[in-house]
Structures are given as structure tokens and as C-alpha cells.
Design a protein around this ligand. Structure first.
Ligand SMILES: *Cc1c(COP(=O)(O)O)cnc(C)c1O
Length: 438
């Protein structure tokens, strides 16, 4: 499949047998399509990508301070307090807590939101599975909605179509750090009295209509896993300004224990604590956030400017008043516009020096075996056995999502990249697209 001989032989045919014909009949077209790097031509990307330096002295300083402490527990921990103080400078939530992962943050959020057996939570099927793990652990039912063709975020109209009397919440995933249509989602949530949870795991530093991401919904969640914009190895943050949910967040991530008051266990929750060594790194990473997010936003925007208007190529669609922080850049490739498939297109781009790959996750979440088999709890799904849901993931359809995963092309964007590199990427896309254009 990868080394499709037909594309190569056609190119050879053009280059050799009918070279004279091409030159005599269409010299302008021939000059406009330089030889692909794949076939020995000069690479479009002239400046190789340097590895981004993600941590150093700032983190060392915090870790050294942490080593002087007598306790590494988060509660009353100075590193945790500093990390949350810095987090709140960016995101002025009334309540914000660290936890052990983005998955944990999302589980804490659905627990605080009161999601229980049979409650439906509408979300995106193109996301990390951590978005829905907490929903399933609370015996809720994830309902996957379709996405916008080039925003890759929840399509509000499809969300509304999937609302039933059992729907309790929406989890809006800001995929790639591109803010969802929060105004529309909040209006739907308000109209149907649903709780809106923002999954900001890929959206550190993003802004919705100029406001820091996470401020429209009732509860917001972040991941600090190693691949995210900022990291402490593994970790998460969960935050809310809502009086109903905010006061529960600490207990929901700490075995139900209310460390602030008289103690005791008023609610059931697991241990999702973050320890002081991670909080020390987080405190330092938050100092770097604006630099990382700003660079990615600028580079992604530049790439969109430079690849707009190429036939068959659909750039990543971001609202002009929003700041997307491009956890990665995702464009779509319309197969009908080209004489090659996506795999060949990506291969040609890679040969030009572009850091890219085909697709993102292999299939929408609901097509993963664990969902298809409903094998969540030792091979069983109690809510289904109890008749609290009729969900059958084998019959769940999200057509735009299928198409996105089949023809999306993913570009790595990071703060170590330069505008010259992005220029090269855009030139490569233009060159390869022109070469394979029908
Ligand atoms: C990474 C990620 C998560 C899960 O975060 P972990 O820290 O890996 O548990 C959830 N949602 C999205 C959109 C993510 O990208």
C-alpha cells in the first residue's frame, strides 16, 4: 500500500516519455511543479527541526526547594500552593486542585457533577480515552456526538440531537487546543439544564474569545502528561468557580476525605492526589506556559495562512477571535482532488522534511474493542444489565468523525520550531499537492 507503484510509474511516464510534449504544450505548468524530494528533488524544508528544550533551571530551583521540606504530601505543601497560585493567575477560578492525571481530573469532575448510574454524558469520539474513563467508572454512559468538519470539535447541532431525558452533562474536548463553540454548547447546556465540563487537556494557554480556556463551562480539566504543552511527568488540574461543584473537587480527588474540616468520609472517591515533587515541576512549568502556547499559536496560524486556498487541502479551522494552541496541527486531505492516497501524500511530505503523520487515533473511541464489547467491569456492564441504558456502541454512528480520521493529516507543531520551518512545511504542501493534483 505504501509503495504504490502506479503513482511512481505515472510520474516516470510524465518525466520521460512525454517530457518533450509537456515542455512544448504546457511549459508554465511544468515549471510550476518542482521535482519531489521523494524522487530526488530538493527538499522544501531547508531548516531541520531542533528538539524543544522543555525544562531546566526553573524546575531545578523548585525541586531543590522541595527537597528541603519535611513532607511531600500535597495538603499544605508549599509547591502545590505555589503551583495553584500561578495557575490561578492565568485562570482565576474560585476552586482549583492538582491531581494525578487528566483522566483523574475528568473523573473528579464527573464525580463532583453527580454523574451516576445510567446518566448520559455527551462528548467527542476523537479524544484520549481518559475523557470518558471517569464517566464509565461512575456507571454513566458516554454518548459520542459528531464533530465539525475542520474544527474537529463537537457539532452543537448533533449534540442537541443526542440529548435524552437521561442526559446530565456535556464534556467539550478542545481538540488540539482549538476552543470549542462554547457559546452554543453553553446555551444548549443551560436550555436542558446540563453540566458543561471542559476537557482542556490539549488546550493549555488557549483562549476562547479572548478569555482563558475553561472559563465558560461549570468545571474545567487539564492534563500534565508528558506530551502535553506543559508537564510534570504525569498530573492534572481540575477547577471550578461554581458553588455546587467547586467545594467537592478536593474531596473527589482525595478518597472523599475533607482535610479542611472535621474529617470523616462523607463521600466515596479514590486517591488521585498529586505529590509535591510533581507540583514543584508544575510550578516551574507554569512560568513557561505563555512562551510555549504563544509560539505554537503563532506557528499554527502562520501555517494556516500559507496553505489556505490550495485545492483539496482544508486547513485547521479556528475561530478568528480564538487562540488555538496547536497541540498538533490537523488538516484534511480530499482524496478526490489528488492522484494519490493519503499515505502517499504523507510519504511525499515526510520526504520534503515535514514532521507529519496520517490520522490521529486509529478509530473513533466507540469503535475500540472495549466499547464494542461493553466489557468495562470484568467483562460486564452493570448499567446495561440493570436496564439503565440501551446503549449499543456497535450501532453508534458519527460519519464526519470517520471521515476526519480517514483523511486527516497531522503536523507536529512545537515551540522549538521556527517560522522558516513552517514556511518549508507550507511550501512542501503546495509542492506535493500540485504534483498529485488531478
Ligand atoms: C491527555 C488527554 C487526556 C488524559 O490525560 P492523562 O493525563 O493522560 O490522563 C484526556 N483528554 C484529552 C483530550 C487528552 O489529550
Amino acid at each position: 500500500m505504501k509503495d504504490q507503484p502506479s503513482a511512481v510509474s505515472r510520474r516516470d511516464f510524465l518525466a520521460t516519455t512525454s517530457a518533450a510534449l509537456l515542455v512544448s504544450q504546457a511549459p508554465a505548468a511544468a515549471a510550476a511543479t518542482p521535482k519531489l524530494a521523494l524522487q530526488g528533488g530538493e527538499k522544501a524544508v531547508k531548516t531541520p527541526v531542533k528538539r524543544a528544550r522543555r525544562w531546566g533551571d526553573l524546575e531545578r530551583e523548585r525541586l531543590n526547594a522541595m527537597l528541603e521540606q519535611d513532607s511531600l504530601l500535597y495538603w499544605k505543601g508549599p509547591q502545590t500552593a505555589l503551583a495553584l497560585e500561578r495557575f490561578r493567575k492565568i485562570h482565576p477560578f474560585k476552586w482549583a486542585h492538582t491531581c494525578s492525571s487528566g483522566t483523574a481530573a475528568l473523573h473528579i469532575a464527573v464525580l463532583a457533577a453527580g454523574i451516576g448510574p445510567g446518566d448520559e454524558v455527551i462528548t467527542s469520539p476523537i479524544t484520549d480515552i481518559g475523557t470518558v474513563i471517569g464517566v464509565i467508572y461512575q456507571h454513566g454512559v458516554p454518548v459520542f456526538a459528531d464533530l465539525g468538519a475542520s474544527t474537529y470539535n463537537l457539532d452543537p447541532a448533533d449534540v442537541e440531537r443526542r440529548i435524552t431525558p437521561r442526559t446530565k452533562a456535556i464534556i467539550a474536548v478542545h481538540l488540539c487546543g482549538n476552543p470549542c463553540d462554547l457559546r452554543a454548547l453553553k446555551a444548549i447546556a443551560d436550555k436542558h439544564q446540563l453540566i458543561l465540563i471542559e476537557d482542556c487537556c490539549q488546550a493549555w494557554g488557549a483562549k476562547y474569545r479572548g478569555q482563558p480556556i475553561g472559563s465558560v463551562g461549570h468545571i474545567a480539566c487539564w492534563s500534565l502528561q508528558d506530551t502535553k504543552h506543559i508537564t510534570c511527568g504525569d498530573g492534572g488540574v481540575v477547577a471550578s468557580s461554581d458553588e455546587r461543584f467547586g467545594p467537592l473537587l478536593q474531596k473527589c480527588g482525595d478518597k472523599g476525605a475533607d482535610r479542611g474540616k472535621g474529617g470523616g468520609f462523607q463521600m466515596f472517591a479514590t486517591n488521585y492526589r498529586m505529590s509535591e515533587p510533581q507540583a514543584a515541576v508544575l510550578a516551574a512549568q507554569l512560568e513557561r506556559l505563555e512562551g510555549f502556547a504563544g509560539a505554537r499559536a503563532r506557528l499554527g496560524r502562520l501555517l494556516t495562512e500559507k496553505i489556505s486556498g490550495i485545492p483539496g487541502i482544508l486547513p485547521h479551522q479556528v475561530h478568528p477571535e480564538d487562540r488555538c494552541v496547536y497541540w498538533f496541527y490537523f488538516m484534511r486531505f480530499k482524496e478526490a482532488a489528488f492522484r494519490c492516497n493519503r499515505a502517499d501524500f504523507v510519504k511525499a511530505l515526510a520526504a520534503e522534511g515535514v514532521v507529519c503523520s496520517a490520522g490521529y487515533i486509529a478509530v473513533p473511541l466507540h469503535r475500540e474493542p472495549v466499547f464494542q464489547k461493553h466489557g468495562f467491569f470484568a467483562g460486564r456492564w452493570p448499567v446495561k444489565e440493570m436496564g439503565l441504558t440501551a446503549m449499543d456502541f456497535t450501532k453508534h454512528h458519527t460519519p464526519e468523525v470517520e471521515a476526519i480520521l480517514q483523511n486527516g493529516i497531522r503536523f507536529v507543531i512545537h515551540e522549538g520550531m521556527t517560522e522558516a520551518y513552517i514556511d518549508g512545511v507550507a511550501e512542501a504542501v503546495r509542492k506535493v499537492a500540485a504534483h498529485y493534483a488531478v
